[in-house]
Each structure stands twice: as C-alpha cells, then as structure tokens.
Design a protein around this ligand. Structure first.
Ligand SMILES: *[C@@H]1O[C@H](CO)[C@@H](O)[C@H](O)[C@H]1NC(C)=O
Ligand SMILES: *[C@@H]1O[C@H](CO)[C@@H](O)[C@H](O)[C@H]1NC(C)=O
Ligand SMILES: *[C@@H]1O[C@H](CO)[C@@H](O)[C@H](O)[C@H]1NC(C)=O
Ligand SMILES: *[C@@H]1O[C@H](CO)[C@@H](O)[C@H](O)[C@H]1NC(C)=O
Ligand SMILES: *[C@@H]1O[C@H](CO)[C@@H](O)[C@H](O)[C@H]1NC(C)=O
Ligand SMILES: *[C@@H]1O[C@H](CO)[C@@H](O)[C@H](O)[C@H]1NC(C)=O
Length: 307
C-alpha cells in the first residue's frame, strides 16, 4: 500500500469534496473476509438491451461510478434527478447510449415543460453528446438566450423556428397564438440547459434531436427525437476479467473493484489466475486497487477542474 498512501495524503488536503472520502479509509477492508452478497451472477440484458461493463443493473455489477443509474423494470431506464429515461439502445463500441423521455415534447406531441437535469457525476461521465441538439421553443422575448446569452444559440444546419412551428403538428399552436411573428426559439447544446433551468431560459417547451449533424435539408418531421449520451470509463483491466469468464463488479460496501467469477472466488483480477480460497491479500487485488485509486483521482481531478 506504500504507493497508494501518497495520493491518499494528497486527497485529504481538500476538505470541500463532494466525494465520500471515508471510502478510501475503508480500502483495507477489502483484505478482510468478503462482505459482498452475491447470490446470482450479474444480469447481462434488460428487455432487449444488452448490459455490459461499465453498466450494471444488479448492485455490485459494472463500474461503481455508474452505480444506481439504472432501473430494469421490464425495460431499462436511465435515472437522473429529473426523471427516468427509457434506454433505446446502447452502442458499447462507440460508447454511446440513446435515451428517450416519454414526457418530452416532439414534433407530434406537445407536453408540459420540465427540466432535464443530471447529477454532477453524470454530467461528467455520461453527458449528452455534442450531436444532440436542444431546441428551446416559444421563448419569451426577455429570455437570456435572446439577449445577453444570445451567443449560446447556434445555426442548426440552416433550420429555423418558423420551419419547426410550421412543420410540426405539436408546435403549430405557438404559431396560432400570436398574430404577427412567431415566438423565438433557440437551437443550443446541453451546456446551456445545464447552466440555466427552463424557468430561467424563459422558454415554455423544449425538444431534443439526436444525430443532428446529418439533418441539413431534412424536415423536422423526419428528425430523430431523443438524446444521445456519450459515456467514458477508464480501462481497469476489465477485459482480462471478462476473457476469463468473470464479470467486472465491485464490493457493494467499499466500492473496491472485483472480478466476479463464482461463489468460490470473489477477490481476483481474473477468474483463471487467482482462485483465492482463504481471503488473504494477493498481488492481483493490490494492483487492481491501485488502479481504482488512480481512476478515482482522475475523476476527482476532472470534477475539481470543472468548477
Ligand atoms: C424502478 O422502477 C420501478 C417501476 O417503475 C419502481 O417501482 C422502482 O421504485 C424503481 N427503482 C428505482 C431504484 O428507481
Ligand atoms: C408560450 O409562452 C407563453 C409565455 O411566454 C405562454 O404564456 C404560452 O402559454 C406559451 N404557449 C404554449 C402553447 O404553451
Ligand atoms: C445557417 O447555415 C446555413 C448553412 O448550413 C446558411 O446557409 C445560412 O445562411 C446560415 N444562416 C445564418 C443566419 O447564419
Ligand atoms: C390578430 O389580427 C387580426 C386581424 O389581422 C385582428 O383582428 C386581431 O385583433 C389580432 N389579434 C391580436 C391578439 O392581436
Ligand atoms: C465469496 O462471496 C460469497 C458471498 O458473500 C461468500 O459466501 C464466499 O465465501 C466468498 N468467497 C471467498 C473466496 O471469499
Ligand atoms: C477454484 O477453486 C474451486 C474450489 O475451491 C474449484 O472447484 C475450481 O475449479 C477452481 N477454479 C479454477 C479456475 O481453478
């Protein structure tokens, strides 16, 4: 643990962290008899969506950073502070996930407005991708994005508000209510919505469009509504664990990484090398923990530089 103790003292210098620092103090607990309750192997799908690292739907499966972000109740849902979003697809190679909010307005249905919010961690490790465009609709002329923050709105492949209000049944109502000019709208990115709530933006509705870079000359009726999130996760040697037949997971109390093999060996980096039956420390798990601390510090660094 001598290598690990250096970054540990670096961390304890910061007092106002949002992370549960006492977690690190629990690391030695990894070497004690295991507290993981692991009755069945990790589920590998939910509905028609395959579940692989870094995601997990059973507690202790996947990467701990994504813990409690999913709910599998017949279908897979991605949970954020603003609601549960149905997962349409996950592309593990491109590291992207498409979600759909059934309560969101689209070209064909107008629904009461609400905000899209993520936790701080989520907006770092699984934010909406740059090709997801937020269309803010029926904005008041006093909206900050029409005044001081005008620069946050961009030219979305030449599309206009009038086009949207005209082409979509759901948005035609904005046209009808005002006599002369249609109310302003704004095409923008997630950062704007992250910065300002819909109330502050002073727009009554929004919709989101994905794969936006291919929509030049394509009418609003044919846009794909939803949100694409891009996720990232450090490579912690999960390949090795999976190749040996295990699932990457973590201890539900300490969040220390584990390769979940079978009931007979929980503590190993892979399922071939160490078949530890006596619960003592072994080289593989020490290396694994070091990598975990490294990842932890990387995220911490990201979080701190973000503010
Ligand atoms: C998961 O979804 C089900 C059904 O929608 C709900 O009853 C349950 O509370 C949800 N669990 C979490 C952790 O959100
Ligand atoms: C459009 O926004 C105005 C406020 O700026 C609001 O009074 C009106 O109800 C909105 N239109 C619709 C159809 O929601
Ligand atoms: C927006 O971009 C299109 C090309 O995609 C261009 O033809 C159009 O003039 C631009 N509009 C404005 C207002 O800059
Ligand atoms: C809309 O325009 C019509 C005639 O063009 C006028 O009679 C009516 O009063 C206007 N309504 C509003 C709300 O301005
Ligand atoms: C693995 O975890 C299970 C469930 O907690 C436990 O019964 C078993 O003894 C553990 N095996 C080892 C080798 O620690
Ligand atoms: C691990 O140990 C168990 C008994 O403790 C044995 O049945 C199993 O075959 C071993 N697995 C490997 C991969 O050595």
């Amino acid at each position: 643990m001598s290598m690990a103790s250096q970054p540990l003292s670096a961390i304890s210098g910061h007092r106002n962290l949002k992370f549960p620092c006492p977690l690190l103090l629990l690391l030695p607990a990894l070497f004690l008899p295991n507290s993981l309750t692991f009755a069945s192997p990790c589920r590998t799908s939910c509905g028609n969506i395959p579940i692989k690292y870094p995601f997990g739907i059973d507690d202790g499966c996947g990467a701990p950073q994504f813990r409690r972000m999913f709910n599998c109740s017949t279908d897979l849902f991605f949970l954020t502070p603003s609601g549960s979003y149905k997962v349409q697809s996950i592309d593990y190679d491109k590291q992207s996930m498409v979600i759909y909010d059934p309560a969101m307005s689209t070209c064909s249905i107008l629904q009461p407005h609400h905000d899209f919010t993520m936790t701080d961690i989520q907006s770092i490790i699984i934010p909406p991708s740059p090709d997801t465009v937020f269309a803010l609709l029926n904005c008041s002329i006093d909206s900050p994005i029409l005044n001081h923050y005008k620069y946050l709105c961009f030219n979305f492949s030449g599309h206009s508000c009038d086009e949207l209000y005209g082409a979509c049944n759901a948005f035609r109502v904005f046209h009808l209510l005002t006599n002369s000019t249609s109310p302003p709208c704004c095409f923008t990115g997630y950062d704007t919505v992250k910065l300002m709530s819909m109330n502050i933006l002073d727009c009554s509705h929004y919709t989101t469009v994905l794969n936006s870079e291919n929509l030049k000359g394509v009418g609003a009726l044919d846009w794909e509504y939803g949100m694409k999130l891009s996720f990232s996760v450090a490579d912690l040697g999960c390949d090795r664990c999976e190749k040996s037949g295990g699932s990457c997971g973590f201890d539900t109390e300490t969040e220390g990484l584990l390769c979940l093999c079978s009931i007979s060996s929980n503590h190993t980096r892979d399922c071939v090398g160490g078949n530890i039956s006596s619960g003592g420390p072994n080289q593989a798990s020490v290396v694994f923990i070091r990598e975990f601390i490294f990842l932890f510090l990387s995220i911490l660094h990201l979080t701190l530089t973000h503010y």
